[in-house]
Design a protein around this ligand. Sequence first.
Ligand code: PHE
Length: 367
Amino acid sequence: MTSDSRTRKGKTEGYDGLVARLDTARGAARAAIEQAGSAAALEEVRVRFLGRSGELTQVLRGLGQVDAALRPELGRIANEVRAGVEGHLTARGLRLDAVELSRRLEAERVDITLPGTTPRRGTYHPVSLAMADVERVFTSMGFEVAEGPDIETDWYNFQALNMPRDHPARDMQASFYFTADVVLRTQTSPVQIRYMRANTPALPVKIIAPGRVYRCDDDATHSPVFHQVEGLVVDRGITMGDLKGVLDVFARELFGPTTRTRFRPSYFPFTEPSAEVDVSCTICGGSGCRTCKNSGWIEILGAGLVHPQVLRNGGYDPEVVSGFAFGLGIERVAMLRYGIADIRLLYGGDVRFLRQFRPAGEGRAQA
Ligand code: PHE
């Protein structure tokens, strides 16, 4: 429609014609509003009727051509129609919003009555549990926890512990070497040297050193990676009696109040005298069973009084101080505590096995 034709139409229409057009526009607008199915469609309807070149606007423009006397009445009707259309638009808009909201609520509904997926709780590895138990017992006796590197020099791992390159005791600790001088530590004993050198001349030295150790070993009772806890006490007047007293308390705390210890003479290059320490069998109590091979005793650690040369290598004067040291295998402790027959179960990663272990006091009781 051109503006010419509009003007011409306006001129010829007069009052009645405009009223009829307003009425038609009102009806058309109402129908279009009801049909609009979305906010966008509703906006199109608004523009079509109320926009600058919308139908109602055009009718209003025609007002100028009508008799001045009739104009106010026509204006009133036109405004009423306009207000009615606007009201309709608003009402329809609200209804469309409500429809859209309930559609989204329906589509995005979460059924909170469905049973949830409970994440399965993890458990501690038996070696971690045994390690935590051992640390708890020693720290309660005033030991400090020290650490050293897994990758060691030959000097710290062997030489400073009285094991020169050609020493036959090295055969018992077949090792993983990076170079002739760098090795995966075969024992936690190098931490003795590291700690003493870092702390001399402080007294007393009273530490445990837990950690991984590595040896070329692999069978039902040996794993190429395993864990030890080293113990070291250095002070004036330390004797074998102190060692025996500490280990007695340790054995009773860890394996129960009736547990006894037994010292057998042994040899380690870095202790003199040296001993292997047994505990009375945790299964049969000492009367003899399969676990203790009918001996009533189970070996759990190596120990002794720190060799004077080792004290010297650590920066302490063996004329002034003495000390004891021990080394405990943690896998051994875990196997005894939990009745595990094959060390390889500990490193098989089978969750059916691992799920059985919980920290003491949590969930079901442990052996
Ligand atoms: N380091 C020894 C081993 O691994 C154990 C040990 C530690 C013995 C301290 C005596 C003193 O066999």
